[in-house]
Design a protein around this ligand. Structure first.
Ligand code: ZN
Length: 538
């Protein structure tokens, strides 16, 4: 998110000149097991990703990187007749105390970089440790060629990483073809992105690339469609006066990130946000503070305008990827800043990146007040009402985290996104469907291909999450730090859950081992730096 904005706003800082983060190290033989000739997960309870309820005991057969059979082998609390089970396993996992879900899809996963001081290994392992087996990089901020390189290595399982779906930022920083300021330039850019391997475009405009000029955007979306590129947008305030989300959707935009442009589409008694006279978009407290006062300026839930906008977005099959989590510090700074995982898993450089700074994106705590947090809490209520109703009326909502900014950590804060969907009104099964099948469907929408992951079903690629707790009862069990629970027998405080195994492409990763690797990376960085560590800062 930051990189592209930085380039657009501060032309002196060109992406091409920045040092890029190194590629992830090669996967060592002791990292992950498999794929296996015939892996059988025995007696598990399956949540298949379609929204169907849990079912078990099930035996799941995986041959190589593909699920070949999901067989019911009995009834709960009744001994299983061995005769009825699939045989000839070359490897078995006892799933009798486990829930098995499809691998999770993070639709908004920047891979960090030099600004955060993160490495690809650190980011990838945090994702996999939380069951994330597919990530859409919404912009490829390390360069499209960099992201494609890692996508291909991940596809060959040469690195420990989720599947990577690279989208390219629109902007002159991405290519050497110059500013995207005419319909012709827009078409050329889409062709360049497709030719260079992007799966889609993340359409974001600053002040120098007039991407929200209706003619330019129409050409870009038309060309993207012809090339079968997916499209999504962060409809920034600098463009929204000319183009709100509904207008963009009418031109063929496939979906949206965050929420910008949506309240503006819902304006009934104004055409512009009520900007104070001293507002400056590059003062990020202005930007985020005033954004927290935006939803209340839009048409109310249930009003004619609210319904008309929702009806039209639904008819256009428009995808919404709300990324509730990334704005959470706006409504509760202390919660985001003091999240318990920072101590062990947040790099000191990342912590530094989060700290208030007038020159860093998403570090807008110059004078954040109680009132600002209250405004944001109210903002969330209206936003969540829209998202929940959109889902109830058949719209697709997906799960993205945008971690690496605003005190949000890779992996951990993706799980937080799942919790926030539940807060918005989603049943946990609806949350899991959004996080799996609907994400996979959205990533395949533009190409017209059928998803090969996102469901626990024969024929699908073996991307799975195994957890020894019931995530429907408590989504917190998916956090690497687990859920806190008092053991009634011992009276002791325990940690329940944390993903046990993440299976990606038939390879079984011990999720706790991945987290231990991250812990070591962080400990080493702390001892090598004089920067204050997260647990001692402030
Ligand atoms: Zn982003």
């Amino acid at each position: 998110m930051r990189k592209i904005l930085a380039i657009l706003f501060f032309a002196a800082c060109a992406l091409a000149d920045e040092p890029r983060q190194p590629y992830a190290p090669d996967r060592r033989p002791d990292e992950g097991e498999g794929p296996f000739k015939r892996l059988i997960i025995r007696g598990a309870t399956v949540i298949d990703g379609t929204g169907a309820p849990p079912i078990g005991p099930m035996d799941i057969v995986i041959e190589g990187n593909r699920i070949t059979e999901v067989r019911n082998v009995g009834f709960p609390k009744v001994p299983i007749n061995a005769e009825r089970r699939p045989k000839d396993a070359t490897k078995e996992i006892d799933g009798s105390k486990m829930y098995v879900l499809p691998g999770l899809v993070d639709m908004h996963g920047h891979i960090g970089g030099t600004e955060q001081g993160t490495t690809a290994e650190y980011v990838f392992k945090l994702w996999l440790a939380h069951g994330i087996t597919t990530v859409r990089d919404p912009g490829s901020g390390n360069g499209l060629d960099w992201t494609i390189h890692e996508r291909d290595r991940s596809a060959r399982n040469e690195i420990v990483a989720p599947r990577i779906v690279p989208y390219a930022f629109t902007g002159k920083s991405m290519w050497d073809g110059g500013s995207i300021n005419t319909p012709e330039q827009a078409r050329k850019f889409a062709q360049w992105a497709a030719k260079n391997g992007a799966a889609g475009l993340k359409i974001i405009g600053g002040v120098t690339d007039p991407i929200y000029d209706p003619d330019v955007l129409a050409a870009l979306l038309d060309e993207a469609k012809k090339l079968k590129l997916g499209t999504t947008t962060h409809l920034a305030q600098m463009g929204v006066a000319r183009m709100n989300i509904l207008q963009a959707a009418r031109l063929g935009m496939g979906g949206m990130e965050h929420w910008y442009g949506l309240p503006e589409a819902l304006f009934a008694d104004r055409t512009l946000q009520d900007y104070p006279a001293d507002y400056n978009y590059l003062d990020e407290q202005h930007r985020f503070g005033e954004a927290g006062r935006l939803w209340k300026q839009a048409a109310l839930p249930g009003s004619a305008k609210w319904n008309a906008v929702m009806d039209e977005l639904l008819a256009l099959h428009f995808n919404i990827d709300p990324t509730f989590t990334i704005y959470e510090a706006s409504r509760d700074l202390s919660r985001a800043m003091r999240a318990e995982w920072h101590d062990k898993y947040t790099l000191p450089s990342l912590w530094k990146w989060y700290e208030p700074s007038r020159a860093a994106h998403g570090s807008y705590w110059f004078d954040w007040t109680t009132r600002d947090e209250i405004e944001w809490k109210n903002n969330y209520r209206l936003w969540m009402a829209f998202i929940n109703e959109y889902k109830n009326r058949g719209g697709h909502v997906t799960t993205g985290s945008d971690s690496g900014y605003i005190y949000k950590l890779y992996g951990f804060d993706y799980i937080r996104e799942l919790e926030l969907l539940q807060e918005a009104g989603f049943h946990p099964l609806e949350v899991i469907r959004a996080a799996t099948f609907h994400g996979a469907e959205e990533l395949h929408k533009a190409s017209g291909k059928r998803p090969e992951y996102g469901l626990v079903r024969a024929g699908m690629l073996a991307d799975l999450v195994l957890v020894e707790e019931n995530p429907l009862k408590n989504l917190k069990v998916l956090y690497g730090t687990g859920a806190i629970r008092v053991n009634d027998e011992s009276g002791k405080v325990e940690r329940a859950g944390g993903v046990k195994y993440t299976i990606k492409d038939g390879i079984v990763y011990d999720a706790k081992k991945l987290l231990a690797d991250v812990e070591k990376i962080v400990a080493a960085a702390k001892s090598a730096t004089s920067q204050p560590a997260p647990d001692t800062a402030r």
